[in-house]
Design a protein around this ligand. Structure first.
Ligand code: TXA
Ligand code: MG
Length: 329
């Protein structure tokens, strides 16, 4: 069921479901999240089952503000500094967890990922609930993340109580994740709209990035190379694609900006009019899902430049290409 956020009863209904341990999909400024009461292990177990997500992949916990975050984790000065600068917003911080956080949420890890979203509907729900909300992206495990209510409804709609429609997500890709467990050695776990450069400027340090080889145990699936994938095989357009187009006529092409010429296959799309990275991020997942539905034999994508927000966009597209393609469901 898709709930219209203008309906005055919708928020009350969502809060009642969440309080009763049910799972509801909610909009955030990054992507839609599959939310449940973060301090209720049974409610959180439902998230894993609904997504088909392995229990070894921990959930992000969403809080209204720093004060609520302090009840869940051991904070340090660096965390306070970044939260004051970037919260509410698309920054998730990994910190040592307090015992109140159930181990199912953190997949048994001693740390918890905290995020303070800025989407007004998510904030309204968080302020009505007397508890934090665990919420991974509201997609079936491994598939493209949802940035519109209809993305959630078409993939998980029959497995959840409802999705609260907050319109298209403002940012369109998942939050930046920084591990501050050791504040002297912060580690960037996932690129996002808050860039590595912004964080480094604020912290006056150089961030380490996780490499798979850093992990003794297998890395969390969000950090695995194959993730966020459509069913259709995805390929990167080569540098010289304009001179030597690689596509066959039935294949689809997604470009960064509206193309000038006319010599393109009939399934040609673009993420933005003029290549603005913010616009590309907003439509990244939406267009991938739309084009995936066409059932073309392949989707060719133009890679964004690796600067600013482009680093996170490259990261998501590269992961989407890393997939061995399962047949369509
Ligand atoms: O923008 C976002 O972050 C969205 C919205 C809904 O808030 N959420 C999101 O959640 O992207 P999810 O579960 O799809 O991605 C969270 C990532 C996962 O890769 C998970 O492994 C990692 O965060 N993570 C969670 N807790 C962690 C922890 N304690 N240590 C390291 N990584 C953690
Ligand atoms: Mg996800």
């Amino acid at each position: 069921m898709v709930l219209n956020a203008d309906d005055p009863d919708a928020l009350t209904q969502v809060t009642a479901w969440l309080s009763a341990g049910e799972v509801v999909a909610l909009p955030t400024e990054t992507v839609y999240g599959l939310a449940a009461h973060a301090l209720d292990p049974m409610a959180c177990a439902k998230i894993f089952a609904i997504k088909g997500r392995p229990l070894l992949d921990p959930l992000i916990v969403h809080v209204l503000d720093i004060l609520h975050g302090e009840r869940l984790a051991v904070w340090n000065e660096t965390a306070h500094h970044l939260a004051k600068r970037f919260w509410p917003g698309p920054l998730t911080m990994v910190l040592p967890k307090l015992p109140i956080v159930p181990s199912i949420v953190t997949a048994g890890k001693p740390t918890v990922a905290l995020r303070c979203p800025r989407h007004p509907l998510m904030r309204a729900i968080l302020s009505q609930c007397a508890f934090p909300l665990a919420a991974p992206s509201a997609n079936p495990f491994g598939y493209v993340s949802p940035t519109r209510a209809e993305h959630v409804a078409s993939t998980l709609g029959d497995r959840i109580k409802a999705v609260l429609d907050g319109g298209p997500c403002e940012i369109g890709i998942e939050s930046t994740i920084i591990d501050l467990t050791d504040p002297k050695r912060p580690v960037l776990l996932r690129h996002g709209a808050i860039t590595q450069h912004q964080l480094e400027r604020n912290l006056s340090v150089t961030l380490r990035e996780t490499k798979e080889s850093d992990h003794a145990a297998p890395p969390a699936p969000g950090m695995l190379p194959s993730h966020y994938s459509p069913h259709t095989p995805l390929s990167r357009l080569p540098e010289d694609w304009q001179a030597h187009p690689p596509w066959k006529s039935e294949e689809a092409v997604i470009l960064l900006a509206r193309p000038k010429g006319t010599d393109f296959p009939r399934h040609t799309f673009w993420w933005s009019e003029d290549g603005h990275l913010e616009q590309i991020a907003q439509s990244l997942y939406h267009l991938l899902q739309e084009v995936d539905r066409l059932g073309c034999p392949r989707i060719w994508v133009e890679m964004p430049p690796g600067l600013g927000l482009g680093v996170a966009l490259q990261d998501r597209l590269t992961r989407a290409m890393g997939r061995k393609h399962p047949p369509r469901a």
